[in-house]
Design a protein around this ligand. Structure first.
Ligand code: ZN
Ligand code: FE
Length: 257
């Protein structure tokens, strides 16, 4: 089983799931069809299924065209009735080649956001725009409370889970992360390693849950020093409860330049 990205737009990754002995592939969040069609054509692969994490165009824009070429199942949020053939809800199981994935609802970035988890070794999570390396999605439709709950759901997965987000936002995320935790050694090291990867245009993804717990401010908004820094950037006093603290870190990132 291999998972690798086809880059699309400025900073999207369309993840391809491919088995060694099969010509079938699955794709996650095909925002663009031609990238996937070219790959299938060049490598003589057949599109066998699509996973969608949420409704945004950069994640779904290629689905209608791909369906014209392949009669494959499309798993995703129920309300996307034009695109989705198999509506997905919490804990639904989806067989993807030799892997079984479980759907996890993670409203926050959007209300319909889903992540897909496979408990194989090592475990895998397609996190869409919910969790990025060093960051999380903007809260565009949900509430800070929902987004924090999504972070906690992901935190409960095994520490060695490989996390595949949809965007290459790592370096920008780390600039903010370092502003709230300048002395975090794991963060400094991961930033250096990621800078080296980007210098040669390699993806910084996947990340691991254990690294994110040590470096991602949105999984660390309970840490006092980080809270104080985020509050300071907003000229506010540090929040008194966990939702307010998470919201403060998210707002500090939104206004960070
Ligand atoms: Zn999005
Ligand atoms: Fe996106």
């Amino acid at each position: 089983m291999t998972i690798f990205p086809l880059p699309a737009f400025q900073d999207n990754y369309i993840w391809i799931i491919q088995d060694k002995d099969s010509s079938d592939i699955w794709v996650v969040d095909p925002g663009k069809a031609d990238v996937v069609l070219n790959y299938c054509h060049e490598q003589k692969k057949t599109l066998a299924g699509i996973l969608i994490t949420h409704h945004h165009k950069d994640h779904t824009g290629g689905v209608a065209e791909l369906k014209q070429y392949s009669n494959c199942p499309v798993y995703g949020p129920e309300h996307l009735t034009d695109l989705v053939t198999h509506p997905v809800d919490e804990n639904d199981l989806i067989q993807v080649l030799s892997l079984s994935f479980k759907a996890i609802t993670t409203p926050g970035h959007t209300l319909d956001h889903l992540c897909y988890f496979s408990a194989q070794e090592p475990p895998i999570l397609f996190s869409g725009d919910t969790l990025f390396k060093g960051g999380c999605g903007r809260i565009m439709e949900g509430t800070p409370e929902q987004m924090l709950a999504a972070m906690m759901k992901i935190s409960d997965l095994p520490d060695d889970t490989l996390i595949y987000g949809t965007h290459e936002y790592t370096l920008a995320n780390y600039r903010f992360a370092l502003s709230v935790e300048p002395a975090n050694q794991d963060l400094i090291e991961s930033n250096n390693a990621s800078q080296k990867l980007r210098a040669v245009e390699k993806p910084t993804l996947p990340t691991t849950l254990s690294l994110e717990k040590k470096t991602n401010p949105f999984l660390r908004s309970h840490i006092d020093a980080l809270k104080v820094q985020a509050a300071q950037q907003l000229n506010e006093i540090p929040a008194a409860n966990s939702v307010a603290a998470f919201s403060q870190v998210r707002r500090a990132k939104d206004s960070f330049s």
